[in-house]
Every structure is written in C-alpha cells, then in structure tokens.
Design a protein around this ligand. Structure first.
Ligand SMILES: *[C@@H]1O[C@H](CO)[C@@H](O)[C@H](O)[C@H]1NC(C)=O
Length: 251
C-alpha cells in the first residue's frame, strides 16, 4: 500500500456523467441488486472493475450491508478473467467518513468478540488483483482503514485521512493502528490515533514501509472488541449518535 498524491478527479468524474450505465450496472452478477454501491466494468477494454461507495446521505458510512456488498463485488471481479485491476472510490465529498456508528452503538463485548466483528472487511486486502483506492474528501476511521487495505491510494487534493476512534472511546478495529504505522511512520500514526487529528494528502505521502501485518491486526481487532466492554466506548458512540459532546468517565 502506498499513498500517491495524484488527482482522484479523473477516476471520480466519469461516474457522475454516466447515469444510464450506472442503473444497468447496479445488478450484481448473481442477479441481486446492490443497494449501497455502484459496480461496473470501466475502461476501453472494460477490464477495470469499478466499485463506487454510494451512501451519499451518510457520507458513505461503512455499514455492514455496504461492506458485504463490497466483498461480493470483489469476489465477482476476482473470478472474472476479463478484469485486471479494481478501483474502489467514493464521492468528491467523502471516500467514506467512517464505519456506521449507529450500528455499533449498542453492541456488547460478547457480540463483538464472539462474532469476530469486522473480520469480513479483510476481504479487501486479500484480493489477488491490484486494488486501487481513489480517495477524495473524508477517509476517516473505517474509511481510512478501507483505503489502506488497497494496494495503492490515489489521493485528491481534498482528501483527509484520520483515525478519530479515540473521540468515540474506542480504537481502530480494521487495521488502522497497523497499516497507518506502515503508511506514514510510527510517530505520525501515534499522533493521529491518540488525538484523532486528520492529515491531508501531501502529509500522508511522506513516509512508507511495510512489515508483516497478520499478528498486529489480530491483536488490534481483539483490543478493539475489548473497548466494547467499557462504559466510555458506549458513551462515546451514544454521544456521537445523539450529536452531543461525550462525557468520558475513564471506565
Ligand atoms: C441504543 O439503545 C438506546 C437505549 O439504551 C436506544 O435509545 C437507542 O435507540 C439504541 N440505538 C440503536 C441504534 O439502536
């Protein structure tokens, strides 16, 4: 995975001007309909698998249904010999502003741990074909993690990357603490994860290295699940849903 600071506008623009193609493309290969994403084959040779996250009112918040659809689209592109590479994008305003906090608000530790909550997101990082994230606007929390699961990130000038989970009383749970370190270096990653501060495309581009991820990811996921045993995680997410300031009690 590497951050490349290049205009994502080129990749983003065509989807806005092709509404006819889009409605046809909403049918997924099994005949079912995609509700949260737009899927089509792009390019002169139709060899680019294109996935656009499409929950504009929620700034593409990554609800469970959306991520299941992304997984399904990736499966079908991987099985399609006519597809050589895959692009995942959002809108100019948001790649994805985060995971779906409402869905998480009332989850318990037992549910998260027992069901290995978020484990299926990992599909994005196991696709054998190159996956490119074309990012503009917000790529926060789960959105930043989704972008970092891709092999390459093309970031537009308006892209903003961040892991603001700390502000909700939890931690990243889909590789954020692991991949961010490898993407921007330990110091900046620690600063971002501990403060929730965002960075732009230029800053994201400045350092990069890659190490084994699996064990770090496993541990991170379990610690993320553990935050669901705290009152502060519940309070943080409830305050977010109720659009008020969180009152953390350190428990
Ligand atoms: C979570 O539970 C509270 C009551 O404890 C309820 O008011 C709220 O609507 C629930 N949130 C969701 C998203 O179901």
């Amino acid at each position: 995975m590497a951050f490349l600071c290049r205009s994502a506008a080129l990749l983003l623009r065509p989807c806005k001007t092709a509404p006819v193609a889009l409605s046809a493309a909403r049918l997924c290969s099994s005949g079912g309909q995609y509700e949260y994403i737009v899927v089509e084959k792009r390019g002169e040779k139709k060899n680019v698998g294109f996935i656009q996250l499409n929950r504009p009112k929620a700034l593409n918040a990554l609800c469970d249904g959306l991520m299941r659809e992304v997984g399904h689209a990736l499966d079908s592109f991987e099985a399609d010999n006519g597809v050589g590479a895959i692009v995942i994008t959002g809108s100019e305003r948001a790649f994805a502003a985060g995971a779906d906090i409402k869905e998480m608000q009332n989850r318990t530790f037992q549910e998260c741990y027992g069901g290995n909550f978020l484990a299926h997101w990992n599909r994005v990082s196991t696709v054998k074909k190159p996956v490119i994230a074309a990012v503009n606007g917000f790529a926060l929390g789960g959105g930043c993690e989704l972008a970092m699961m891709c092999d390459i990130i093309y970031a537009g000038e308006k892209a903003q990357f961040g892991q603001p989970e700390i502000l909700l009383g939890t931690i990243p749970g889909a590789g954020g603490t692991q991949r961010l370190t490898r993407a921007v270096g330990k110091s900046l990653a620690m600063e971002m994860v501990l403060t929730g501060d965002k960075i732009g495309a230029q800053e994201a581009k400045q350092s990069a290295f890659e190490l084994t991820l699996a064990e770090g990811n496993r541990l991170e996921k379990r610690l993320f699940h553990a935050t669901f045993a705290t009152n502060d995680r519940k309070e943080g997410m409830t305050a977010f849903v109720e659009k008020r300031k969180a009152s953390f009690q350190d428990n």
